[in-house]
Design a protein. Structure first.
Length: 358
């Protein structure tokens, strides 16, 4: 793969500048910045996902919708938020899901399957502090936002903090590998899911152990966080917020036992509690820093860009204060153009860009 060191941050462009080589329309599109606060006042958006065009036609969520999970309640207490906000292609904001009390504290572990099922992790607290953090669950929702049950056990889901989905299905049926990081145990689990329009079945394997993890008075918990899967080399990459590093889990879809993750790079100069990451079409990592560890007031709420070998390429602050950069996702539109969505949990907004990757 050819790696260029040009930064995506210098090439933000409007969707109207897309090359004429494609006839796929992206209109209408959501506003570039939208509030993530639902009617019940939940704040602190954690996870964000863009619904893929492979989803089957039907009611409920549609291709291009943006879903955002809220971790805090209207009193800004961590682990007590209950809502997933939906923003459709026209920019309309609605509450997609409101969790019952046992599923409160919705995290950045959020994903969507081609049959419309939404997977969402939660890690509740009793009082907003790490002293009362509980293991939580991995819930399955219908495309209409109805609770359909949970999957996994406390041995495989314990503080679900991040998620990556490798969906192999078409026409609403198929299989998917769903990876979940567990911040309370320092592990990563893989759910092997078979699904249809009527529901899903899942088996689960813990594929990695040994990540640093610890409670933190500001960040609540630090440990294995954001995940991104690379099908080209069957590798799962993990952002570790405690030690400012990116790790790899090789042979991620084939692993049958837990392995020790492999360090890809560690950078305490540019990484400050990395919470989420994605891989751009040119092969670069894009990393969101939560400022949960090693915070630098001169680099607040940074998005950082690195090559796959860890060479620093560029950065951009999305908020003038620390602690704003959390969930991050990307949709590859084609012809070098991507749709990026990332949340700022200081301002309780989601930012939506269409940009050309060099």
């Amino acid at each position: 793969m050819h790696i260029t060191t040009a930064s995506v941050f210098g090439l933000v462009a409007l969707a109207a500048t897309m090359t004429a080589q494609t006839t796929q329309s992206i209109f209408p599109i959501q506003p570039p910045v939208a509030s993530t606060v639902p009617s019940n006042g939940d704040v602190n958006p954690y996870g964000v996902v863009i619904v893929l065009k492979t989803i089957q036609p039907g009611s409920g969520i549609q291709p291009g919708d943006v879903l955002i999970s809220n971790f805090n309640n209207n009193e800004n207490l961590q682990g007590l938020g209950t809502t997933i906000l939906r923003i459709d292609a026209a920019g309309n904001r609605t509450t997609f899901y409101t969790a019952p009390s046992p599923q409160r504290g919705l995290t950045a572990a959020i994903g969507v399957l081609s049959n419309g099922s939404v997977l969402i992790g939660n890690m509740p607290t009793a009082d907003g502090t790490s002293a009362t953090a509980q293991p939580g669950n991995l819930s399955v929702l219908t495309r209409n936002g109805q609770f359909a049950g949970t999957i996994g056990t406390q041995q495989t889901v314990n503080g679900p903090w991040g998620m990556a989905v490798d969906d192999l299905g078409t026409n609403g049926t198929g299989t998917a590998h769903v990876f979940v990081s567990n911040v309370l145990t320092g592990t990563v689990s893989r759910f092997d899911i078979s699904y249809s329009l009527g529901g899903l079945n899942a088996g689960v394997t813990v594929i990695a152990t040994g990540f640093n993890h610890r409670p933190d008075p500001a960040a609540l918990e630090l440990g294995p966080s954001g995940l991104v899967y690379s099908p080209s080399n069957d590798t799962l990459y993990v952002a570790s917020s405690d030690d400012n590093a990116i790790y790899a889990i090789p042979a991620a879809t084939a692993a049958t036992i837990a392995v020790t993750p492999v360090l890809v790079f560690q950078d305490s100069t540019h990484l400050h509690g990395p919470l989420d990451l994605t891989i751009l079409p040119d092969g670069h990592f894009l990393v969101a820093n939560s400022d949960g560890s090693n915070a630098d007031p001169n680099q607040p709420s940074e998005l950082d860009e690195f090559t796959l070998s860890g060479e620093f390429v560029g950065q951009m602050s999305i908020d003038p204060n620390n602690g704003g950069a959390f969930g991050l996702t990307m949709l590859n539109i084609g012809w070098g153009t991507v749709r990026l969505a990332f949340v700022d949990d200081n301002s309780n907004t989601v930012n939506l860009w269409t940009t050309v990757v060099p």
